[in-house]
Structure formats: C-alpha cells, structure tokens
Design a protein around this ligand. Structure first.
Ligand SMILES: Cc1cc2nc3c(=O)[nH]c(=O)nc-3n(C[C@H](O)[C@H](O)[C@H](O)COP(=O)(O)OP(=O)(O)OC[C@H]3O[C@@H](n4cnc5c(N)ncnc54)[C@H](O)[C@@H]3O)c2cc1C
Length: 389
C-alpha cells in the first residue's frame, strides 16, 4: 500500500481541513439550521459561506478550477457541514453527485464547460435518475430521449430531485433504446434554462427541509447532441458507477448528523441535573453515550476506508470491492445515525421532543440517509450480490 494512502487514518491536512470546516460551520451555518428547517427554506447563508471558502464542490479537479480535494477530504467537508445542518450538507454532496457522471464518462469539452462554473460557485449540479414509478428499480424509467439530427429531444418527469430549481445543471438519465433495457439508457447534461424544463412544487418532507426536493419536468427539451455523457447506452452504467463513489458521501452526511446529535447530547447530560446530580453521573446514561460513540466511530472508519478506495478507483486503480464498501458504509452509517439521533432525543427527555432543541431535527434529518441513493434494503441486496457472485 502506498504511504500516500493511509489505510484508515486521515492525514494532518485532512485534520486541518476538519478544523477549518467545523469552525466555519459553527459560525456561519449552525446559527441558521433551525430557521432553515422551520421555514423549509434554502440555506443561502450556507451556500454563500461555502462558496466564499471554496468548500461548495471541493472534489472538482484543479484543471477545471476546483480545489482538487480527494474523496476523504470531500467526506470530511460533508461530515462537518452536516454536523451543523443536514440540509446544507447537500450542497457539497449533491454537487459531487451531479458532476461525477461527467467526471467519470464525459468528454473533455463537457468537463470544461460544466465543471468550471461549478468550481467557481456560479452553478450547482443535480442528479436526476429517479421517477415516480422507478425508484429502487431505476432501470424501469420512462423518460425518453430521441435523436433528431444534431439534437436530442427529451420528454418525461424525474422525481425527488435534490436541489432542483436551485441547480443550474442536471445529469438526466433517459431511455434512448427501449428494446435494450438498462443498456438502452443514456446520460445527458440538461440546463435549467433549456426551453421545456420546469419544476414541480417543493415536496413537504419530514427532514432536510432546507434542501428543495422537486420534480424536474422535461417537455420537448431539445439539447445539442454533444450533451450526451459518454457513449449512447452507457448511462445506467455511469449512474451506478457514480453511486459507488457518492454513497460514501451519504455515509458522510449520516456521520455528521449523528456527531452533531452526540455532541449536543454530551453537553446536555453534563448540565442537566436530576436526583441532585448531573444525569451524566448515571451509569444508564453513560452506557448510552458509550454505545452511541463507539458505533459512530466504527461507521466512520468504514466510511473513510471506502473514501480512500473511491479515490484510488478515480485514479484508475482496480478496486474490486468498491461497490461493497460503498454500499456497506452507506447502510451502516445511516443505520447508526438513525439510532444515535433517536438516543440523543431520549437523552434530552421531554426537551428532546421539542423544536426548541436540535435533537429532533437531527433525528428527522438522519432518516433520509436510510432512503436515498438506494434504500438500505437495496444496499443489502447490492452487498449480498457482491458476496455471492
Ligand atoms: C428527499 C429525497 C431526495 C432524493 N433525491 C434524489 C435525487 O437527487 N436524485 C434522484 O435520482 N433520486 C433522488 N431521490 C430518490 C430516492 O433515491 C428514492 O426515493 C429511493 O431510491 C427509493 O425509491 P422509491 O421512493 O421509489 O421507493 P420504492 O422503490 O418504491 O421502495 C419502497 C420500499 O420497498 C423496498 N424495496 C423495493 N425494492 C425492493 C427489493 N427488491 N427488495 C427489498 N426491498 C425492496 C424499499 O427498500 C422501500 O423500503 C430522493 C428521495 C428523497 C425522498
């Protein structure tokens, strides 16, 4: 193993990055998290702070004007933003999700054209795979793209698209050959300003309320042929290859939300007095804290391990177990995040159940990490398939 790639431990630079992002998130993102949730509004303050500090899309390579951060650094950024505000962490996470298809399979021209404005903070990038009738079974999509001379014409409705309406650019998966199933799906870059693109109402959600989730409606959207990402028919492969890299970022989001809840709960149990002493003196409380922390640290180590493998794969190394570790860390970290945030609410007692305290928001935000980028049942299917093949 190359010494440049420590197996599990972040380098000094990674730790420095964590301190920087944590300080920024505490000062500029956390103060708005409750309001963003309460008002279901986009966390503009977070976007501004992230862009000012070049943390909104750190994964974009330097050659396109980006920070060129590795996958572990990207995980740390997402984790630390999520510790303050789950909704805001979807800014760096979805910028990665939307752009990885272009990075993995796009032409040099596409990369230059679309990654540069993302790196500059002028545009965000969403990922449009799911449809109302095609969620877990994403290959069952109906959105169509038909070649017409030098153009493609797209028709269909993509559902549940994170940051839809705010993002300028969208990676859209559409059927180009209905006879070929998953091999008849292609990926395209669609722009918000392309005639025929519109958005549905914002979904009214349980959590991550600051991140708009909307349908993307494509009505006779005519785009130039060179907006095809990779070869015709390779779109589903690209979509899945993307998830191998980005499920790790969902794990990062889950870790961050859980860490925020654990840190808050630790502060609370040291202050809160019952029976004449801080509740942290009770062994029943101590054991809960210990369980929360050890499970969280276990999930973190697997996530960092997966991030390092993702980085290697990005540089062309063969990493046969990337799919396994990526699904495993996503499922584990999101399950741990759900348990840890429920326990944080428990440790705050009745106060934990109110919106005056952040634990219930963190619990609601954690839930989505078990659902998107493939539900945790789907992750288990993917993992089992890798083991049994
Ligand atoms: C807030 C939010 C944001 C999202 N953002 C995006 C985005 O940006 N881009 C995008 O493309 N999509 C996005 N999604 C879509 C998300 O990825 C899907 O919701 C998810 O993949 C599940 O699909 P579904 O909702 O259709 O559920 P279904 O597929 O209908 O699943 C329903 C239940 O059945 C279970 N199930 C289904 N098939 C199986 C099986 N074979 N074995 C066992 N259990 C099974 C599932 O695990 C689940 O529990 C988002 C969703 C939400 C809620």
């Amino acid at each position: 193993m190359s010494p440049d790639f420590p197996a599990y431990a972040p380098s000094e630079d990674h730790e420095l990055l964590r301190q920087t992002v944590r300080a920024l998130a505490d000062a500029k993102i956390a103060p708005y998290a409750a309001e963003v949730d309460e008002e279901s509004r986009f966390p503009q303050e977070a976007l501004d702070a992230l862009v000012q500090n070049d943390l909104h899309a750190v994964h974009v390579p330097e050659q396109y004007g980006g920070a060129g951060a590795d996958a572990l650094a990207t995980v740390i950024v997402i984790e630390e933003v999520a510790r303050a505000c789950g909704s805001s962490s979807l800014i760096p996470a979805v910028n990665k999700l939307g752009t990885v298809p272009v990075l993995l399979s796009g032409s040099d021209e596409l990369k230059k054209k679309y990654l540069t404005p993302v790196a500059r903070g002028e545009a965000m990038f969403s990922y449009a795979l799911s449809e109302a009738e095609a969620g877990s079974d994403a290959a069952g999509m109906k959105t169509r793209a038909v070649r017409d001379g030098d153009s493609w014409v797209l028709n269909g409705t993509k559902m549940w698209i994170t940051n839809a309406g705010v993002s300028e650019y969208y990676t859209v998966m559409a059927v180009t050959d209905p006879e070929k199933g998953a091999k008849g799906i292609s990926a395209f870059v669609v722009e918000k300003s392309d005639p025929g693109v519109s958005f549905g109402e914002k979904e009214k959600k349980l959590g991550i309320k600051g991140s708009p989730t909307r349908t993307v409606i494509l009505q006779d959207v005519r785009i130039p042929a060179d907006r095809l990402i990779g070869a015709e028919g390779s779109g589903f492969k690209t979509a899945l290859a993307t998830l191998d890299h980005t499920r790790i970022t969902i794990a990062a989001q889950a870790l961050g939300i859980a860490q925020g809840a654990l840190d808050y709960a630790i502060g609370y149990v040291k202050e809160r007095k019952q029976f004449g002493k801080p509740i942290s003196d009770f062994q029943g409380v101590q054991f809960m804290i210990a369980d929360m922390a050890m499970r969280l640290e276990g999930a973190r180590q697997l996530t960092y391990h997966a991030a390092i493998k993702s980085e290697r794969a990005f540089h062309g190394e063969k990493v046969p177990d990337l799919t396994f570790v990526s699904s495993a860390c996503k499922a584990l970290a999101s399950d741990v995040a759900m348990d840890v945030t429920v326990d944080a609410v428990q440790l705050l007692g009745g106060y934990g159940y109110t919106r005056e305290f952040p634990a219930e928001r963190m619990m609601r935000d954690a839930k989505i990490t078990q659902i998107y980028e493939g539900t945790n049942q789907i992750q288990r299917m993917v993992i089992a398939r890798q083991l049994l093949k």
